[in-house]
Ligand binder design. Structure first.
Ligand code: GLC
Length: 444
């Protein structure tokens, strides 16, 4: 059994109902296993389930009584996966520049995508597809040399031994009927055990922890079950304080999330799963600028797609991933293997730093040509080039006072021809590791 140092760090997840938590994981102890995650920057999230049949909200639609539970479950008959091509999915994901993929092995509706032995409620046993659709995807993702993440909902609104069901009705009180709750613990932990044994994912992406406490989920036991089998496995932060990194959802953080590692999960339109009526697509430009902002603050982006029930990926999402892919390919040195960039106040836009901090990458926040400014740079500049083309760019140092230690302002001239379709990136090669002036001007 592993032991965790308990730190008194109060956390709160994206959900209003989320209880405040105590973070049980020491960041220094997990730093080595987190390295691939820190370097990965981009992941693709996939919400695929029976909700795609009618194009309604994943699980929440019956929970919130927008559709009756029996009608929701009838979607099993329409889930055919007839055009499902896991290799093509994995290829598209790889081409986007993502280094990992996370797929919903089971959402809050309890429908497992794999052939679980713990219940009959699964795609192979109950849907028109009649087969395990998870295993081929996991294999295809590994075939692309990407890391595999499995989303798993701890809460299961379909299971008769789970207390929660509809928003205004529950089956029982877990605190009062501990025998029944123990049966549910046995069930969900049995499914996690299957996931560990059959898929050995690189990343466990839990969800739905907010309905019960760490003690009720036996979160420490769940963490140990995973790490005892694979000490390198990464666990997201939705395990009531027993996860490794923060998972802000949809809402972009303005200041860095509390945990050392973090990942923004975000939809490409406004829905996690496929919803044909939702045409509120984010543009590739918006997604690229959001991504740049996330890596500038030391985070990752987990960008969601929602395939249809027949296994095809909506064209708009293919387009977004393809455009994202050409941009990440062109700017790969500014993205992968870098760390968070300048703190706020030095440059009006996102930035990243090479790991040895001798190269500073500036992500230009608008497509207009002209000058951009960097403040407080103590280093000497060796060169400035456009990432992707190596085109040299000129600059002048403005306002450097000979008797002052305060650095001058770096005005960089960005020629119109240097513009990328989406976001232009400049590389400033420094004479030595980055050194910045954080003072108030004058003699301070
Ligand atoms: C929320 C929702 C869920 C969605 C998830 C993705 O927790 O409950 O529907 O899958 O966010 O982050």
């Amino acid at each position: 059994m592993r032991r965790f140092t308990t730190m008194l760090l109060t956390l709160c997840c994206a959900h209003a109902a989320c209880l405040s938590q105590t973070q049980a994981v020491d960041p220094n102890a997990i730093a080595p296993k987190m390295q691939w995650f820190a370097d990965a920057k981009l992941g693709i999230f996939i919400h695929w389930g029976i909700y795609a049949v009618q194009g309604i909200g994943e699980s929440w639609s019956f929970h919130n009584r927008e559709i009756s539970y029996p009608d929701y479950m009838k979607q099993l008959n329409g889930f055919t996966a007839e055009h499902y091509n896991p290799e093509a999915w994995a290829e598209l994901i790889g081409q986007s520049g993502a280094r990992y993929a996370v797929i919903t092995s089971k959402h809050h509706d309890g429908v497992a995508l794999w052939n679980t032995g713990m219940t009959d409620l699964s795609i192979p046993k109950k849907s028109a597809a009649k087969r395990d659709v998870l295993t081929p995807f996991v294999n295809a993702v590994r075939g692309q040399k990407l890391k595999v993440g499995l989303y798993f909902s701890l809460l299961d609104w379909s299971h008769t031994d789970y207390p929660g069901f509809l928003k205004d009705s529950s089956r029982y009180d877990a605190k009062k009927d501990t025998v029944r709750w123990k049966r549910f613990q046995h069930f969900f932990q049995g499914q996690i055990d299957e996931i560990i044994t059959r898929f050995n994912p690189n990343l466990y992406w839990f969800d739905g922890d907010w309905e019960h406490s760490a003690a009720e989920w036996q979160a420490d036991k769940v963490r140990n079950m995973i790490l005892d089998r694979n000490p390198a496995a990464v666990i997201n932060g939705r395990l009531q304080g027993f996860g490794d990194y923060d998972t802000p959802e949809q809402n972009f953080p303005v200041t860095r999330p509390k945990l050392r590692w973090w990942e923004l999960c975000m939809t490409t339109n406004d829905s996690w799963g496929y919803q044909g009526k939702d045409t509120h697509w984010k543009t590739p430009y918006e997604i690229i600028t959001i991504f740049a902002d996330a890596i500038s603050m030391g985070g990752n982006l987990l960008l969601d797609i929602g395939p249809k029930a027949d296994g095809t990926i909506p064209n708009e999402q293919v387009h977004i991933l393809t455009e994202l892919g050409s941009w990440t390919k062109k700017h790969s040195e500014a993205i992968f293997g870098t760390v968070a960039g300048l703190p706020p106040g030095h440059f009006y836009g996102p930035s990243t730093l090479s790991k040895d901090s001798t190269a500073l990458y500036l992500f230009l926040p608008s497509q207009s040509a002209g000058t951009v400014v960097v403040k407080g740079l103590n280093n000497q500049i060796q060169s400035i080039t456009v990432v992707g083309s190596n085109q040299p760019v000129t600059h002048t140092i403005v306002g450097k006072i000979s008797w002052s230690h305060v650095p001058g302002l770096v005005y960089i001239n960005v020629p119109p021809a240097a513009q990328d379709t989406y976001m232009t990136v400049l590389k400033i090669t420094l004479d030595k590791p980055l050194s910045i002036y954080r003072g108030r001007g004058g003699f301070e």
